[in-house]
Design a protein around this ligand. Structure first.
Ligand SMILES: [Zn+2]
Length: 103
């Protein structure tokens, strides 16, 4: 998986097109991501205890991987993620635009 929790991504289609957000969760099996502040839906909650009011929460719904692009923390551009090996043989992600290592 190339995108990880904590990465910044750019939404490239749908209602949130052009917006950036931080990845809160990666759902590998569904190829989806939960992104902070992106794809908010109002969710009605039921009271937990009798007598408490129910409420409306704004919840982030997962976005498909194909609708986002990774944003490089070094050059700030939407880019593809590559892989490279460091001198100590560690495999790390890197930016295809500026070649910076992405930790
Ligand atoms: Zn870059």
């Amino acid at each position: 998986m190339k995108i990880k929790k904590g990465d910044i991504v750019l939404v490239i289609s749908g209602n949130y097109k052009g917006k950036k957000g931080k990845v809160r969760e990666v759902i590998t099996k569904d190829k989806r991501l939960v992104i902070e502040g992106i794809n908010l839906r109002k969710v009605h909650t039921k009271p937990v205890k009798t007598g408490e009011p129910g409420g409306i929460l704004e919840k982030e719904l997962p976005v498909s991987f194909s609708n986002v692009k990774f944003v490089c923390p070094s050059c700030g551009k939407p880019t593809r993620v590559g892989f490279m090996f460091l001198e100590d043989k560690r495999k790390v992600r890197c930016c295809k635009k500026c070649n910076e290592v992405i930790e």
